[in-house]
Write a protein that binds this ligand. Structure first.
Ligand SMILES: *Cc1c(COP(=O)(O)O)cnc(C)c1O
Length: 389
């Protein structure tokens, strides 16, 4: 059996053909430096960068002057949090985030604690949702930044971003959101949702790796990230990765076309997979919110079995999935996200995340359900964890 089914699109996505096509000529034809505006080759590169900037900015209802290119989601998260913390330390030293953030946020907050900053890590409920009342009661006079992810990469839960934005605005606190998983999957409007800073990454929506973006609302005080030339209005120096920026722009352009159709088709396929697993395999627990979740995310815990064993058997059948997040598989610590939702270690260990794409067919879904059914039966039959069978 040579079937290959890639269901790890939250880890990264295949680069779309149209994106590759668009990028190609920026390697060997239009290879000018965007800063060399004195001749045409340079101007063409500059134009390509600015066109991509406008495409991405339009997609999130930002002004193109508020959009900065970075090397990806991790860089944007680092910049947002460190940049705001250091630039606003005269106003306070307190940051509010959640227990389920990506490590690019969590480890940055931990780093800042060495410099006298303090962090409050908000709890989440069993569905991975924060509590707006706890957010409000965590605000202190010293709070300078709220950083709460838009949608979680492991369990897919989507937070009430607009309400968080309103609370931040009322208290005059800067609001950053890591929207790496949300971009291209939900409608984002930075103005309406009162978002001050937002992290994005191209490779999670069909673009190339190593390129991302950050939205910075006009007037937000933030330290420059890279000192050097005047690129990105002096905030992030270094010759632009023109071909990557072009690829990011194209990926966003494709995502913005037929957006509603794409999302509803994805949701339909996701629901088939969710229902199929729930109805065919006993003793499973859905992780994440049943409805307020990303249209491509299916995450269940399978009682009495180890996620790592499931992954190995899935791989033998040509199915790529993930247990916990890609960054943590390889270590045996259960995912911090699943533990934060209240799962015990055993149940957290038995979790598998499938993240589908628009290429995922009904045939794929049926094959995955059937394969999972067999794998779980096989593993439970030999499981030392399953008592009283
Ligand atoms: C993938 C991911 C990141 C990191 O993005 P990179 O571009 O890979 O650095 C950050 N946050 C979330 C929620 C992600 O899913």
């Amino acid at each position: 059996m040579n079937r290959k089914i890639y269901l790890d699109n939250a880890a990264t996505t295949k680069v779309k053909k149209e994106v590759i096509e668009e990028m190609k000529s920026y390697f060997d034809e239009m290879y000018g430096n965007p800063s060399s505006g004195i001749y045409e080759l340079g101007r063409r590169s500059k134009e390509a960068v600015e066109n991509a900037r406008k495409t991405v900015a339009d997609f999130i209802n930002a002004d193109e002057k508020e959009l900065y290119f970075t090397a990806g989601g991790s860089e944007s998260d680092n910049w947002a949090i460190k940049g705001v913390a250091f630039a606003n330390k005269d106003k306070g030293n307190h940051i509010i985030t959640t227990k389920i953030e990506h490590h690019a946020v969590l480890h940055t907050c931990e780093y800042l604690e060495k410099f006298g900053f303090e962090t409050t890590y908000l709890d989440v409920d069993e569905y991975g949702m924060i509590d707006l009342e706890q957010l409000k009661s965590s605000i202190k006079p010293e709070t300078i930044l709220i950083s709460i992810m838009y949608a979680n990469n492991e369990i897919g839960t989507i937070q009430p971003i607009e309400k968080i934005g309103e609370i931040a605005k009322e208290h005059n606190i800067i609001f950053h959101t890591d929207a790496v998983q949300a971009l291209g999957a939900v409608r984002i409007d930075v103005k309406k949702q009162h978002i001050d800073l937002m992290s994005m990454s191209a490779h999670k929506l069909g673009g190339p790796k190593g390129i991302g973006g950050m939205y910075i609302r006009k007037g937000i005080k933030i330290d420059n990230l890279i000192h050097g030339g005047g690129q990105e209005r002096g905030k992030r120096a270094g010759t632009e990765g023109v071909q990557n920026i072009v690829g990011f722009g194209k990926a966003v352009e494709l995502a913005s076309k037929n957006f509603e159709q794409y999302v509803s088709k994805l949701t339909e396929t996701r629901n088939k997979l969710m229902e199929g697993i729930k109805n065919n395999i006993p003793d499973v627990v859905l992780n994440g919110h049943p409805t307020m979740r990303l249209p491509n995310n299916v995450n269940f815990s399978y009682q009495y079995v180890e996620g790592e064993s499931i992954l190995l058997l899935l791989d033998m059948d040509g199915i790529a999935a993930s247990s916990g997040s890609a960054c943590t598989s390889g270590s045996l610590d259960p995912s911090h996200v699943l533990l934060a939702t209240g799962l015990d270690h055993g149940t957290a260990h038995g979790s598998i995340r499938f993240t589908i794409s628009e290429e995922t067919t009904d045939e794929d879904i049926n094959f995955v359900i059937e394969t999972m059914k067999n794998i779980i039966e096989k593993l439970r039959a030999i499981s030392p964890l399953k008592k009283n069978m």
